[in-house]
Design a protein around this ligand. Structure first.
Ligand SMILES: Nc1ncnc2c1ncn2[C@@H]1O[C@H](COP(=O)(O)OP(=O)(O)O)[C@@H](O)[C@H]1O
Ligand SMILES: [Mg+2]
Length: 332
């Protein structure tokens, strides 16, 4: 497989200063995006709706022409040689684009024949992929007769029929039920094991953190951060929290308890939160350093007001917090 050597690592994707302005659009949908994906990596593209994820995937998979910049997939410049690029990449688009007039198996076979896979190989490969993706019991069914999760699996199986070096998955789990999502996650892990490079977009931070070796956070067409999920979260180490829920006592009030908690050493800020159960008081305490040593002093202050602590949670920051920190907004 042709690849670009850069230093010691081998690159599966290289993107430099990618700009996209759609016709009549008032602003750029990509403002100059650069990143690299190493061979064998699962690379997550995390951002809210409209961030520019599908535009990036569209350019990398030759469906969309960039306004500026350069994109190379498995050594092939996608703008200079789109046909060559399509031979080395596989894509699962955000929308179902299976051929509804063909059976599941035919969808796979036709895709392979389009890409020049020999007949004997493609029949064998189709059967093996249908098996691998749990679709072997109804190979002659039409796409319309399957669930969303099965459709998603069919599109992945189809994309793998020409043995691509890099697989692009655009929001593959959006709309899937938890079981279908878990199955998809397992399959992506298996692909990585087998050495396929996977680029996945998602607006789900759990998915990005679970699957990705590295995550690029994108918003308004601009890359805001790019690192391993661990490193992204570690950069937030000062943003630990202690969430407490309590039953109010006969005396005391929520506001003065909040003030008392705020007076403890190591506490940076206290926010009173809504209590979903509606009966107790909840506080989120922002902590300098480790939250655990504050549990005992918090319990003491709470007890002094006559209230009773019913729940304590040590909040580790996650990718959602990273996103909020970078943009001031929640992911959705
Ligand atoms: N064909 C198009 N014409 C004009 N604007 C578009 C088109 N496709 C996408 N956009 C705009 O480009 C931005 C990025 O869209 P998209 O790449 O689909 O984001 P995402 O996949 O992250 O939700 C959005 O503001 C969207 O409205
Ligand atoms: Mg999209």
């Amino acid at each position: 497989m042709p690849v670009v050597a850069s230093g010691e690592t081998t690159l599966a994707v290289e993107v430099r200063d990618l700009v996209k302005r759609y016709a009549k659009a008032p602003v750029d949908s990509l403002t100059g995006v650069s990143f690299q994906v190493k061979q064998g990596e699962v690379f997550g593209f995390l951002g809210p709706n409209g961030a520019g994820k599908s535009t990036t995937i569209g350019i990398l998979t030759t469906r969309i022409r960039p306004t500026g910049g350069r994109a190379v997939v498995a050594g092939v410049d996608v703008a200079a040689d789109p046909v060559g690029a399509r031979r080395v990449l596989g894509v699962v688009p955000q929308q179902n684009n299976l051929d509804r007039s063909l059976s599941v198996r035919q969808n796979l076979i036709y895709h392979a024949s389009y890409h020049g896979v020999p007949r004997a190989t493609r029949n064998q490969l189709a059967d093996s992929l249908l098996e691998q993706f749990g679709l072997a019991d109804r190979p002659d069914g039409r796409p319309d007769d399957f669930s969303g999760g099965q459709i998603q699996r069919m599109m992945i199986a189809r994309a793998l029929m020409h043995d691509p070096a890099v697989l692009f998955l655009d929001e593959p789990s959006t709309g899937l039920d938890p079981a279908a999502r878990l199955f998809l996650w397992e399959k992506i892990a298996e692909l990585k094991e087998a050495g396929t490079t996977v680029v996945i977009t998602t607006h789900d931070m759990d998915e990005a953190a679970t699957l990705s070796d590295r995550v690029a956070i994108i918003d308004h067409g601009t890359l805001l951060a790019l690192d391993t999920p661990q490193q992204l979260v570690q950069g937030m180490h000062s943003e630990r929290t202690l969430d407490c829920t309590m039953e109010p006592g006969p005396t005391g009030d929520a506001a003065s308890l909040g003030i008392a908690l705020g007076g403890l050493a190591g506490v940076r800020a206290v926010d009173q939160l809504d209590d979903p159960a509606g009966t107790g008081w909840r506080y989120r305490i922002d902590v300098d350093g480790e939250p655990a040593p504050l549990v005992a002093p918090v319990a003491t202050v709470v007890a002094e007001t006559g209230a009773k602590l019913t729940d304590v949670r040590l909040g580790e920051p996650n990718l959602e917090d990273v996103f909020i920190h970078l943009t001031g907004r929640a992911l959705r």
